[in-house]
Ligand binder design. Structure first.
Ligand code: FES
Ligand code: FES
Length: 479
């Protein structure tokens, strides 16, 4: 049993053997690991739930073209074994070898982007990942990269200006010089099955789907994790000692993205950032949903499979996937099947997965030209927030504006994502006019009994749902 993980930190290969470790466990977060070291205390803990970005670090790894890809992530949500085969970069590594500041640090100084400094190392790491990317220097790109970092004293304008300035001066830095050496060191770390067993916990990292299914059969109570941005909260907030975990991170088959002429296939471990990028042309409503999903740091880790498996009634992805007629690809040791997303989720945090089955991926059919698909999210703020209500619509009209197909799917209105079935039935075959929509309103009102909670009252939810249908109508009327 290999209970050892290896990764690069401070340009050295670090090995952690959990069978010999007294202080670290497989569910120790990268944040707590770093804070336990004498020379990596620049990383800060603010919320320990992925909301503030004070704990941002960069994880770099080889991409398919043997280049290094840098991602800013929330170290408070990352479990230590997930570092296996990766390069961990912290704020202590950013300055140049002669002691001078990296361009992103220098820009923060020149533009007065820091006051108390508690948030600053997190901002620096997000800006550094952006600096190392090929993304353009636009306000939208910068705001998206910094959405997951909160600052309570400086104000965002100087920080955004610092990022703009640093990106204008983008050029190879000292990381560019060591990438070759890092790549050869990363190659020395073998992608192999890891099985960590401590007195209280088991943590498996299989490398194939077959191995994953075997482990799951032998350990039926194990939790399967992908990005673990949700499950990690049980560790950081509820302090649960999760006894058995199967981590799919190393299974290449689950990271596959394949575009065919009539559909897109994504493995269940594809991240929401990858889904966002790949859906821009064919599935603009998915692109829209992913754009307002958490923060960039969260989307770098959170996966399609994780979002579906949690079956949250306010999950943003399932309604829009359902509008695109997405099917979930499920496999077990002896079988494989596909099921529409809206049937896959079958109750409050319940899915139709049977014992021994896992989510292998999703298949999204390319919509035929005349279908119009839109996604809307109502939340207290635009970014990094949980939906109060979300809605996805799919509409096909004939040349006389008769409704040939209508799908209306809400999140946040019931114990699970739900179609407005009676409203759909009423609208089908009618002419798409404002009057028709107004006639549908009482039906829509009657078929949901949303709850009141910390995010909103039930009456607000009910009104918001009706307004979203009207918004959908109005937007199409304007085109
Ligand atoms: Fe707030 Fe990690 S500590 S996002
Ligand atoms: Fe104080 Fe940002 S400088 S929180």
């Amino acid at each position: 049993m290999n209970s050892c993980i290896s990764f690069i930190l401070d340009q050295k290969i670090i090995q952690i053997d959990f069978s010999k470790e007294l202080k670290l466990t497989p569910t120790t977060t990268v944040l707590n690991y770093l804070r336990s070291l004498p020379n990596h205390k620049g990383v800060k803990e603010g919320c320990a739930e992925g909301d503030c970005g004070a704990c941002t670090v960069v994880i770099a790894e080889r991409d398919g073209k043997n280049k290094i890809h840098y991602r800013a992530v929330n170290s408070c949500l990352i479990l230590l074994p997930k570092l296996h085969g990766k390069w961990l970069i912290t704020v202590e590594n950013i300055k140049n070898s002669d002691g001078s500041l990296h361009p992103v640090q220098q820009a923060m100084v020149e533009y007065h982007g820091s006051q108390c400094g508690f948030c600053t190392s997190g901002f620096i790491m997000s800006m550094f990942a952006l600096y190392k990317s090929l993304l353009p220097n636009t306000r939208t790109v910068i705001e998206d990269a910094l959405t997951g970092n909160l600052c309570r004293c400086t104000g965002y304008q100087p920080i955004i200006e610092a990022a703009e300035y640093a990106l204008q001066k983008r050029k190879p830095d000292h990381f560019s010089q060591i990438e070759k050496e890092i790549i050869s060191n990363l190659k020395r770390i073998v992608r192999e099955s890891i099985k960590i067993k401590t007195e209280r916990q088991k943590y498996f990292m299989p490398v194939t789907v077959t191995e994953l299914l075997n482990i799951k059969n032998q350990n039926p109570d194990s939790i399967i994790i992908n990005g673990a941005t949700d499950i990690a909260l049980r560790i950081t907030k509820k302090h649960e000692p999760i006894p058995s975990i199967i981590d799919t991170l190393q299974i290449e088959e689950l990271h596959v993205i394949r575009k065919s002429p009539d559909h897109l296939y994504c493995g269940s471990a594809v991240t929401l950032n990858q889904l966002k990028d790949v859906s821009k042309d064919w599935f603009p409503a998915i692109y829209e949903a992913c754009s307002v999903f958490g923060s960039k740091q969260i989307r770098e880790m959170a996966t399609i499979g994780g979002n579906l498996a949690t079956a949250s009634p306010i999950g943003d992805l399932p309604p829009v996937l359902a509008a695109y007629n997405t099917e979930v690809v499920i496999v077990s040791a002896n079988d494989a099947r596909m099921i529409p997303v809206d049937q896959f989720i079958c109750g409050y945090r319940r899915t139709s997965l049977k014992n021994g089955e896992i989510i292998k991926g999703i298949k999204i059919p390319k919509p035929v030209n005349e279908s119009i698909i839109k996604f809307y999210k109502v939340s207290k703020r635009k970014d990094l927030d949980i939906s109060t209500v979300s809605a996805a619509f799919r509409l096909t009209l004939d040349k006389n504006r008769k409704i040939n197909e209508i799908k209306i799917i809400f999140g946040g209105m019931a114990e699970m994502i739900k179609h407005a079935e009676k409203t759909e039935k009423f609208l089908l075959g009618k002419i798409w006019t404002r009057e028709t929509i107004e006639q549908a309103m009482p039906i829509l009102r009657s078929e949901f009994t949303p709850i009141s909670d910390a995010r909103s009252g039930k009456e607000f939810r009910s009104i918001a749902a009706r307004n979203l249908l009207m918004k959908f109508y109005d937007e199409l009327a304007d085109t």
